[in-house]
Design a protein around this ligand. Structure first.
Ligand SMILES: [Zn+2]
Ligand SMILES: [Zn+2]
Length: 239
C-alpha cells in the first residue's frame, strides 16, 4: 500500500439511535467514494453489528475499510476502537453487548437502532439501548484491545461532553493509547499546554458523522505511527 490515504475513521450508521435512517452501509460507502476518501471505518455506539454489511459494501465499492465501535466507558468517555479483522470485531461486540445495561431502547425518544445487510435491507433492530455506558473503564481499554486485537483512541477530546478531557479532566499519562481524536486541530495548542503528555501521541481528525453530508472531505491524511499501525489492517485495496 502506498500513496496518500485520506481517511475518516469515525462514522455512525443507522444502527446508532442518533444516526440518520439513511446512514445505510451502501450510502456511507458510496458517499465516501464520491468524496474521494481512501479509507473509512464504521464506529457505532457500543455496537459493531452493522460491520459485516459495511465491510461487504466497502469491498464491493473498492474502498479500504475498518470495522470498529465507539464505546461509552463507565466514565462516560467516548473511545473509538478499531479492529484487525471482522472476527475480532464481532467477538468484542458480543462481549460489550453482554455487559451493556439491560435497558430497552425507546425509539420514540432515542431513535431507531436498525440492522442492515450488505444490500441496505433492514434485517432487524437492536433491543438494548446502545447509548448507555458500558461497565468498562477507560483504563481497561488498553488490555482489552490487546486481548481482542484492536486499537483504541479517545474520541473528540476537545468536545465539552463525553470526552476524555471533559470527563476525566486530564490526559492519563499511564494509559497507553495509539492516538487521540480531535475535532478542531486549532484546539491542539491549548490542550497541549495543559496536557503535555499528548506530545508524541498521533492525532486523528474524523467526522463523527451521523448524517451523510457530515462525512469528511479528503483533507486528512493518514501518517506516521498510526499509518504504520493500521496499514495492514485496512481490509480492501482499491483496484
Ligand atoms: Zn462520541
Ligand atoms: Zn461518534
Amino acid at each position: 500500500m502506498s500513496g496518500r490515504i485520506y481517511y475518516d475513521f469515525h462514522i455512525h450508521s443507522c444502527l446508532s439511535p442518533c444516526g440518520a435512517a439513511d446512514m445505510t452501509v451502501n450510502n456511507i460507502v458510496n458517499m465516501a467514494v464520491v468524496k474521494g476518501l481512501d479509507a473509512i471505518a464504521l464506529t457505532d455506539h457500543n455496537s459493531s453489528k452493522n460491520c459485516p454489511a459495511f465491510l461487504a459494501a466497502a469491498k464491493e465499492a473498492g474502498i479500504k475499510a475498518l470495522s470498529g465501535m465507539e464505546i461509552t466507558t463507565m466514565e462516560e468517555v467516548h473511545a473509538v476502537c478499531l479492529f484487525k479483522s471482522l472476527d475480532n470485531t464481532m467477538a468484542f461486540d458480543s462481549y460489550v453487548y453482554d455487559l451493556l445495561p439491560d435497558i430497552k431502547n425507546r425509539p420514540e425518544i432515542f431513535g431507531d437502532q436498525i440492522l442492515v445487510d450488505e444490500k441496505d435491507q433492514e434485517i432487524g433492530r437492536v433491543d438494548k439501548l446502545l447509548l448507555n455506558a458500558v461497565p468498562i473503564s477507560f483504563y481497561d481499554l488498553s488490555d482489552l484491545m490487546e486481548q481482542f486485537g484492536g486499537i483504541y483512541f479517545p474520541a473528540h477530546i476537545d468536545r465539552p461532553s463525553f470526552s476524555l478531557l471533559s470527563n476525566l479532566g486530564f490526559f492519563p499519562s499511564d494509559c497507553p493509547m495509539s492516538a487521540f481524536e480531535i475535532k478542531d486541530i486549532s484546539n491542539y495548542e491549548s490542550i497541549l499546554s495543559k496536557n503535555p503528555d499528548i506530545l508524541g501521541v498521533p492525532s486523528l481528525i474524523n467526522s463523527d458523522a451521523h448524517y451523510l453530508w457530515d462525512i469528511s472531505e479528503p483533507v486528512n491524511v493518514l501518517h506516521g505511527k498510526i499509518y504504520d499501525l493500521l496499514k495492514d489492517w485496512l481490509q480492501y485495496t482499491q483496484s
